[in-house]
Ligand binder design. Structure first.
Ligand code: DON
Length: 321
């Protein structure tokens, strides 16, 4: 890091100039007051609609944060790309995709629908994430499976704040009629490996959704994905190149709920949103970004975060095309 600093060989050489523009966009988005905080569980409904944070971590470890970047929140669906990446890393792409497809579903994230092969459409919707969690370390006890997920997520986050919010887990589990219905529907359609315990798979999925991060630690997770699976702050190689490439492709096409097509068109970058108001945004080989603000639009994406992404690519040529 020091050698690069002295010779100005950073991926973003004029980092201060860059981050002052990031701050400008942050303040522009701060004045947006539309959107509604999720209310389906009390833990989410208690988030202040004013929370707004942006954190950046480049692939060579330059950092910048603004706003409420130290306030903890749950990953929710932000855990889906992580679980998928870990599954491909462990089991390989072929095996994982025997159980889940690669197509956008064109349906809500929690819809009860399978593709023509009786598989969930992709790993970024609930059905696909259940297929993925049913595969991940399924020879271990649930306790060890969750510990594995948490340890891997913490490695991706450079050993920064990656914890677990038990109240969220308990609430998710207590209000999970839809997810349980999806699970049983999938079981009937033989979407899971033989002999898996469905209730345990559901619990594991809710536990992954309840992993708690801060905007700052999540930006390191995003940066590890931007950096081909190697954490930029620790040098720890957590994920294979194959798993990262797959994950980025699916985040690009399926990561932003039913806004994914428009997001790919307008922003042109892989991203994943969660109902807590987070967005993990990846600029491959440059940096990872976490955006967090709880008010959501009618599709379930954070209003300020989506607006930030659109303004970001208007200012900088990060759009893939
Ligand atoms: O499974 C659920 O309904 C939520 N815990 C998932 C949260 C979420 O962010 C929605 N996702 N795609």
């Amino acid at each position: 890091l020091l050698r690069r600093a002295l010779t100005s060989q950073f991926i973003i050489p004029e980092f201060q100039k860059f981050t002052s523009k990031i701050d400008d966009i942050y303040w522009e988005c701060k004045s947006i007051h539309s959107g509604k905080v999720a209310t389906y569980i009390p833990q989410l409904s208690r988030y202040s609609p004013d929370y707004w944070a942006v954190s950046i971590c480049t692939i060579d470890g330059q950092r910048h944060s603004i706003g409420d970047f130290n306030v903890p929140f749950c990953l929710q669906s932000g855990a889906k790309p992580l679980a998928y990446a870990m599954a491909v890393n462990e089991l390989g792409s072929d095996l994982v995709h025997q159980y889940v497809g690669q197509e956008p579903s064109g349906q809500a994230f929690n819809s009860l629908v399978l593709d023509a092969n009786n598989k969930p459409h992709n790993p970024m919707i609930n059905a696909g994430a259940l297929a993925v969690t049913s595969l991940l370390k399924n020879d271990l006890l649930l306790s060890d499976r969750f510990e594995y997920f948490n340890v891997q997520a913490k490695r991706l986050g450079g050993q920064e704040e990656v914890g677990f919010h038990n109240p969220t887990f308990l609430s998710e589990r207590a209000t999970a009629d839809r997810n349980r219905a999806i699970g049983w529907f999938m079981k009937e359609n033989k979407c899971f490996p033989e002999g898996i315990n469905l209730e345990e798979t559901l619990d594991f999925y809710f536990q992954c959704c309840s992993v708690e991060v801060t905007c700052m630690s999540a930006s390191v997770i995003a940066a590890s994905i931007a950096n081909g699976g190697i954490c930029p702050t620790t040098g720890d190689k957590v994920l294979s190149a194959e798993s990262v490439r797959n994950t980025l492709s699916l985040m690009y096409s399926c990561g932003m709920y039913d806004y994914s097509g428009q997001f790919a068109f307008k922003v042109g970058l892989p991203a994943k949103s969660g109902v807590s108001g987070c967005v993990l945004l990846i600029i491959p080989n440059v940096m990872g970004v976490c955006l967090w603000s709880p008010p959501l639009d009618h599709l379930g994406n954070s209003v300020r975060a989506v607006n930030f992404c659109e303004r970001l690519v208007a200012k900088f040529n990060f759009h893939n095309y």
